[in-house]
Design a protein around this ligand. Structure first.
Ligand code: NAP
Length: 460
């Protein structure tokens, strides 16, 4: 019996929502959250667009969860590198895996590994200051960029490429990306989807925001918006009101006269990349045209013989994300998730190993979607332990204590946060991100990053 000790692996939105649900359940649980970075908040820090600060307000909810005296953050501690899952399982009654879907799906076409061809994970991570991608150094000295995919991440990327620099400059975009964007030559963005306007997975607010960027002319081949009677009837269904608003937004934008605009957004439909060309780096992308096959509510793209090519010096694939496997845990590599039943990892009948968030269901939904998802996982976990027999069921040994060298706690994060936010006040930004693990760890001690080096440097 006694208090359950629960570990959460991954300190992003779903991890925090799991912690919140556990505390709300009133079972007296202690929650220890591991993250491989010194910082918490996962995708809210390094995935959400830097100009969408309103979405980042959710960190206030997470900070309130972290303020619970039974919550412990262990940052800079990668499970599988600094501590094994087995070690964690021996120490805790249950472990919830919520480390997300951090791998961007790459294009599977010849030339996809050329320089200047990136996944959205890489490019977004770069401009958001994720330590893994801070050194990516993409060149923005090309007139035309191509973003493949018709989802909200593709919209974020296209908006970052086309918006006024003033918008970026007051965001929390990383310094290195701001410097690169300041000199950007990109004037044209091609946003290319393999299916039609009815299949694009944009949400209306995000689509409207992109289509109304100042100084950007929207170009859409009117044939794509000339719907058939079947398509119109489908759009008229009450369940498809959002889709109808999307199509209306595209039609409005396409018919707007914007002769003086200096930048262009081309929305392409029914096109799939078949190759990227270039010698030392990408210089063009080749596409095949597609037709749609199947009933109007469930159509798939079928390649035609038609080909076309778009010159470009930058290609970003925004075609979804996959989770990563963890040693000893089943993994569905096709879907990029850990197979589970309502959050209980398959093959662990008695429980003790759970999953939540994108790693559980795939990369779908907005941040708030993870709250209901986490609640489901916690319900499953609680039903497995409804007799309160935690240690007996989980096999927790609880007799070894481990400490992880160099780990950060939540107080360390607050020091990092303060240093970043203070730096942001001077530049009129919400924060200026530290983008290397070394700088984050230095700030975690309360020292200004670089202070140690400056002190050690010989005085002149
Ligand atoms: P998404 O909405 O699933 O979009 C992925 C896109 O990639 C789809 O257009 C898909 O086309 C396309 N695609 C997949 N495989 C492809 C291939 N082999 N070739 C060409 N195209 C391919 O995913 P996402 O944009 O990565 O976003 C992930 C989740 O985060 C979504 O739920 C999104 O709404 C959410 N999000 C929300 C916000 C926000 O609320 N502001 C911002 C960013 C992300 P098909 O439809 O044909 O498969």
């Amino acid at each position: 019996m006694g208090r359950p000790d629960i570990a959460i692996v991954g300190g992003g939105p779903s991890g925090f929502f799991v912690a919140e649900a556990l505390f709300k359940a009133g079972i007296g649980a202690t929650v220890t959250m591991f993250d491989r970075l010194p910082t918490p908040y996962g995708l809210v820090r390094s995935g959400v667009a830097p100009d969408h600060q309103h979405i980042k307000q959710v960190t206030k909810v997470f900070a309130a969860v972290a303020a619970n005296p039974d919550f412990r953050f262990v940052g800079n501690a990668e499970v599988g590198r600094d501590v094994t899952l087995e070690e964690i399982r021996r120490q805790f009654d249950a472990v919830v895996l919520s480390y997300g879907a951090s791998r961007g799906r790459p294009l599977q076409v010849p030339g996809a590994s050329l320089p200047q061809s990136y996944t959205a994970t890489e490019f977004v991570g770069w401009y958001n200051g994720h330590p893994d991608f801070a050194a990516l150094d993409p060149r923005l000295d090309t007139e035309a960029a191509i973003v493949v995919g018709h989802g909200n991440v593709a919209i974020d990327v296209a908006r970052m490429l086309l918006c006024d620099h003033a918008r970026r400059a007051k965001s929390d975009m990383a310094d290195h990306a701001l410097a690169a964007f300041r000199k950007s030559a990109i004037r044209r963005v091609h946003l290319v989807g393999r299916r039609g306007p009815l299949e694009a997975s944009f949400t209306t607010a995000e689509l409207r925001e992109l289509l109304s960027l100042p100084d950007v002319r929207v170009v859409i081949d009117p044939r794509h918006l000339d719907l058939t009677a079947d398509e119109r009837a489908f759009l008229d269904l009450p369940a498809n009101a959002a889709l109808q608003r999307n199509v209306a937004a595209m039609s409005d934008a396409a018919s707007r006269v914007q002769n003086s605009a200096t930048k262009e957004l081309h929305l392409h439909f029914l096109a799939s990349p078949v190759a990227l060309d270039g010698q030392d780096s990408v210089s063009a992308a080749q596409f095949c045209s597609n037709r749609l096959d199947g009933p109007v509510h469930d159509r798939r793209a079928v390649a035609l013989d038609e080909r076309f090519s778009l010159p470009t010096g930058l290609v970003i694939a925004s075609i979804g994300f996959s989770g990563s496997p963890l040693d000893g845990v089943p993994f569905d590599s096709g879907r990029g998730i850990i197979p589970n039943r309502a959050g209980r990892v398959e093959g662990t009948e008695c429980g003790a190993l759970y999953v939540a968030g994108w790693l559980k269901r795939g990369a779908t939904g907005i941040i708030g979607t993870n709250r209901a998802d986490a609640a489901e996982t916690v319900r499953t976990l609680l039903s497995d332990f409804s007799d309160g027999n935690w240690a007996a069921k989980s096999g927790k040994a609880g007799d070894e204590s481990f400490s992880i060298a160099g780990a950060t706690d939540f107080a360390a994060w607050r020091r990092i946060d303060e240093i970043e936010c203070l730096a942001g006040i001077q530049s009129g930004q919400p924060r200026r991100k530290l983008v290397s693990v070394a700088a984050l760890l230095e700030a975690a001690t309360g020292r200004q990053p670089g202070a140690a080096a400056a002190e050690a440097a010989p005085s002149r």
